[in-house]
Design a protein around this ligand. Structure first.
Ligand SMILES: [Zn+2]
Length: 101
């Protein structure tokens, strides 16, 4: 009897672990600042003039943003995991350039 209970517990644990790692893989959590930068980049790239946005959350984590214009962005990969010549560096550079004056 105890073996059945143990086996069930292990199965639940394994299922939870798989779910957890799958989720972690699909949704890369962002900070509020990163979400805001990505929104500004979206505005720059599309010429969007919206003033409002909101973060998209998966549980406690911010995984993207939704713009007032209806644009939605969900971060699928951790931005820090990309190569050194990554997009985010260019984007951050653009962000600084836009807000210099
Ligand atoms: Zn927009």
């Amino acid at each position: 009897m105890i073996e059945i209970i143990m086996a069930t517990l292990w199965a639940c644990f394994a299922a939870y672990a798989i779910w957890y790692f799958t989720m972690a893989k699909h949704y890369a959590p962002l900070t509020l600042t990163e979400a805001k930068i990505l929104w500004k980049i979206h505005k720059q790239n599309t010429g969007c003039s919206s003033k409002m946005w909101r973060e998209i959350r998966r549980g406690e984590k911010i995984v993207g943003f939704e713009c007032e214009c209806g644009y939605k962005h969900i971060q699928k990969r951790p931005i820090t995991a990309s190569a050194p010549t990554s997009k985010i560096q260019t984007q951050t550079y653009m962000y600084k350039k836009i807000h210099r004056h």
